[in-house]
Design a protein around this ligand. Sequence first.
Ligand SMILES: Cc1cc2nc3c(=O)[nH]c(=O)nc-3n(C[C@H](O)[C@H](O)[C@H](O)COP(=O)(O)OP(=O)(O)OC[C@H]3O[C@@H](n4cnc5c(N)ncnc54)[C@H](O)[C@@H]3O)c2cc1C
Length: 429
Amino acid sequence: MPEPESTTCAISGGGPAGVMLALLLARAGVEVTVLEKHGDFLRDFRGDTVHPSTLELLDELGLADELERIPHRDLTTVRMDTLDGTLVDADLRRFAPRRKYRHIAMIPQWDFLTLLVEHARRYPAFRLLMNAETLGPIEHGGAVRGLRYRDADGEHDLRAVLTVAADGRRSDLRRAAGMIPIDFGAPMDVLWLRVSRRPGDVGGGLTARIGKGEMAGAIDRGDYWQIAFLIPKGSYRRIREQGLDELRTRLARLLPFLGDRVNEIDDWDKVAFLEVGVNRLRRWDRPGLLAIGDAAHTMSPIGGVGINLAIQDAVATANLLAGPLLRAQADPARFDRTLNPRLVRRVQRRRALPTIGTQLVQLTAQRRLIDRILDGEEPRLPAFLNGERAGCVLSQLFARIMLYGILPEHVRTPDRSGAAAPAPADRAR
Ligand SMILES: Cc1cc2nc3c(=O)[nH]c(=O)nc-3n(C[C@H](O)[C@H](O)[C@H](O)COP(=O)(O)OP(=O)(O)OC[C@H]3O[C@@H](n4cnc5c(N)ncnc54)[C@H](O)[C@@H]3O)c2cc1C
């Protein structure tokens, strides 16, 4: 029988968490294999909000200029109106005036991932398998020793010292390993749509409007508006039954400046459905296995932090485990030994406060603001969103948590492979 494939770190899922972790480990000389079940990264509206915390990390990796070359829009203002007046009118640049990055870069996730992968490919220790679907863990001796996956050639075993579940909110690996997250619930789901942006439209930023029992936001994406329409949890089928005409009427009522082009939404294929969930694993690890990103904690879309927390998890994991993995890589008996579980557990210890803290803020906003809006009650801002009534301190704190994160991570792993410094990308677009 042929020897099964092997690597030092097997990562299930080529999303922001998996690809960033793979890049950092490969850069530090750790052999890594990422498995992505899709054949490309083309998924619309999937975490396009690249916050200053992530921009700082890309800067540390020398990728800031390449990111800047990707066509995108910088979001600097957030405004929330009711039918009667303005509730929130914030300029993000004033929350941390001395920091280098003070905006949210609205970057299509496939461009962002392509940038990371292009950079990671410069390191010989990096391997990415597309169209490779993880089926479950390989276990023996009470520990996970790799994973089983399927590709066009059939099923394969991939042995690994550490296996990472970075396969998102519906993680197959997490489920197969018997890890069940605690669900905190959400009152809403979100429909994502786009309509064209025309010269002369109100400029920039995010504009949200609250109506009677409904809410929509429009984000300036340059040549189009990305619209988020909040619907009560579980009501998507009913809304489809009511028809596109009704949806267009409601959108035009909420966002009158787009009324002349909501007709562009002429097919349900143009409507992306996000089933909102907020959950978290009690334990992110088992011997030989670690969950990060959405697989460990699905975030509410409030604040657009999901991708950024996933990236922060990846950086923390690399900072804490690159050294031990590199040492294990030199051990001929590595596939029969389990990486010290106490070391692996340090990832959750490090990331617990940012995750729980951010989810608490989101759950409060869901309960105090979104719940009331969808019930048709007068919206009441939680204190941390209400700069005037609570003083600016709580609002400042909220903005800094959302933009920079709690305990922000920095790249501490070395660039050991001797790969050439990143050259300006020849981006095939
Ligand atoms: C419609 C939508 C809109 C969103 N909008 C925002 C937003 O505006 N801002 C924000 O910050 N966040 C947003 N999010 C959340 C954000 O996308 C996630 O928080 C973020 O992408 C998490 O990164 P991740 O790497 O942990 O998981 P994911 O991005 O989910 O990546 C997981 C990867 O694993 C792959 N995979 C799954 N199962 C397998 C398997 N069995 N084998 C191999 N590969 C597998 C998937 O194809 C995927 O590529 C949105 C999510 C959705 C669904």
